[in-house]
Design a protein around this ligand. Structure first.
Ligand code: GLN
Length: 505
């Protein structure tokens, strides 16, 4: 089997290829490391490639298999890990200078579950600093490029994970989603991205941005692959006090069922229309019509408070992040600046934070500190929390009427690198559709539904399901995937960008 064939396969196909003895885990891993070597100078999906660690994990899988041991469904399958999750002994930067040189002494629960399942972790992927951003341009280590068009952004904050999957550097990746950072990159790279129910996947070892919103989840090129990964990482974890102690929703069975007959689907009136790119709107409408053709019952649903989700989020997130990032004090982790023996601890801390944090991070720390200060707390943070409750109620009311809600994932396709860096508000507007589900904690996903006619770039359909009904996302995604294969063919639905272009650069 050629190395190219191996990198084009889905995770499920790779697992089958390895279990039937047509390729070893070492061969599969080496093929992906070679692919990274060939294209990542152009894509810059990875901040750190752990070739040695990956090959040794692959050798261990091959050794276990050779003894006849029955291995899990993703044993030997390579994966890219967002650099916000800790992995013992491997650099974890969160896209920030302030953590440069830090090697965590422990594995995140997600990481240890992947290792226990025999998944081969190739390395750590690029991201906006501490996961704040929608383009991966806020990384201290330079942007990631969208494999569909290298002059464009791959989304953010998890642009590295989505780009790695779209560029065939890995069949699977882990992202994290606080306001859309799994779903928005998935939409603009033509890949599948799932934000599980809050509490569905452990946050232990996920470096916190906003603890009440953060959630790790799968990135993949197919819906079944995402489900396989979901089942490996999800489930109760006593190390995370917000982890839900309930069975993992049957996501793999739902992905295999791929059936929406009789499902009630609500199109959210407040998340569409005005200001959306026409091609995004068009592909979204076509996907909804297709779901109706497949037997779903489509109705329009109003969620009136979603209009206030963005402002509420941009008070709650900075508030939580200003508190979470206070621990980067020049004493405990990574960078320390100006410690020449003459300066006070406060001066060293100030110099370190000044040098170590980027502009967006500082902006949010300042905003959050202001919103939490006495005298303003009720007017800003308190008010935002009330809006959050109203959004939860909107979801509850909507899910009385329908099984899932849908909208476009993003108002536009991938924009050009540099286009929005000087306009934070324009950048924040990318997350209009994704933020309500973070505020309410319910499950949500983005699935590829075609290319926009005006620019030939991927469009995503956003699906939202009730808390712990993550399986419904997979049912919709897999039904669409199967139906769209005829229209778009495997290239789009396998997340395939113009690969030759990627390789040439
Ligand atoms: N783009 C959003 C933000 O900047 C979402 C970030 C995320 O989900 N981590 O906050």
């Amino acid at each position: 089997m050629s190395a190219t064939d191996l990198t084009r396969m889905s995770a499920a196909e790779l697992a089958e290829t390895m279990s039937s003895g047509q390729a070893s885990a070492v061969e599969v891993t080496q093929a992906h490391l070679d692919r990274i070597g060939a294209v990542d100078a152009a894509v810059h999906a990875f901040l750190h490639v752990d070739a040695e660690g990956a090959l040794s994990a692959a050798r261990a899988v091959d050794a276990r298999r050779s003894t006849g041991e029955r291995l899990g469904p993703l044993a030997g399958v390579p994966l890219a890990l967002k650099d916000v999750l800790t992995m013992r002994g491997v650099p974890t930067t969160c896209g920030s200078r302030i953590l440069e040189g830090w090697r965590p002494p422990y594995d995140a629960t997600v990481t240890s579950r992947l290792k226990n399942a025999g998944v081969v972790i190739l390395g750590k992927t690029n991201m906006d600093e501490f996961a704040m951003g929608s383009s991966t341009e806020n990384s201290a280590f330079g942007p990631t490029h969208n494999p569909w068009d290298l002059d464009r952004i791959p989304g953010g904050s998890g642009g590295g994970s989505a780009a790695a999957v779209a560029a065939y550097e890995a069949p699977l990746a882990i992202g994290t989603d606080t306001g859309g950072s799994i779903r928005q990159p998935a939409a603009v790279t033509g890949t599948v991205g799932i934000k599980p129910t809050y509490g569905g996947v452990s946050r232990y070892g996920l470096v916190a941005l906003a603890s009440s919103l953060d959630q790790a989840g799968p990135c993949a090129r197919t819906v079944v692959d995402a489900a396989l990964l979901h089942e490996v990482i999800a489930g109760h974890d006593p190390l995370d006090s917000t982890s839900i102690d309930a069975p993992v929703p049957p996501v793999l069975a739902a992905a295999r069922a791929a059936d929406v007959a009789g499902m009630r689907i609500g199109v959210v009136r407040e998340l569409g229309g005005q200001g959306y790119q026409p091609g995004v709107e068009q592909r979204f409408r076509e996907a909804v019509d297709l779901l109706a053709d497949l037997g779903a019952e489509v109705v329009e649903v109003s969620c009136p408070h979603f209009d206030y989700a963005l402002p509420a989020y941009y008070l709650i997130l900075p508030s939580e992040c200003s508190s979470n990032l206070a621990k980067f004090d020049a004493m405990r982790y990574g960078l320390r600046v100006g410690d020449d023996g003459t300066r006070s601890a406060e001066e060293v801390m100030a110099a370190t934070r000044e040098a170590g944090f980027g502009a967006e991070t500082k902006r949010r720390i300042i905003l959050g500190t202001y919103a939490l200060s006495s005298g303003y707390y009720d007017a800003y943070y308190g008010q935002a929390q009330k809006v959050r409750t109203l959004i939860v109620r909107d979801f509850e009311a909507a899910f009385e009427l329908v099984d899932v809600l849908v909208s476009p994932t993003t108002p536009t396709t991938a924009f050009r690198i540099g286009e929005k860096v000087d306009d934070p508000l324009a950048m924040y507007l990318n997350d209009l559709c994704t933020i309500p589900s973070n505020l309410a904690g319910n499950a949500a996903a983005s699935f590829p539904v075609g290319l926009a006619p005006e620019d030939g770039l991927p469009v995503g359909l956003h699906v939202m399901a009730p808390v712990l009904a993550d399986d419904r996302l997979y049912r919709v995604g897999a039904a669409l995937e199967a139906a769209l294969l005829d229209t778009w063919g495997a290239p789009l639905l396998a997340g395939a960008p113009p690969l030759e272009q990627v390789s040439r650069r």
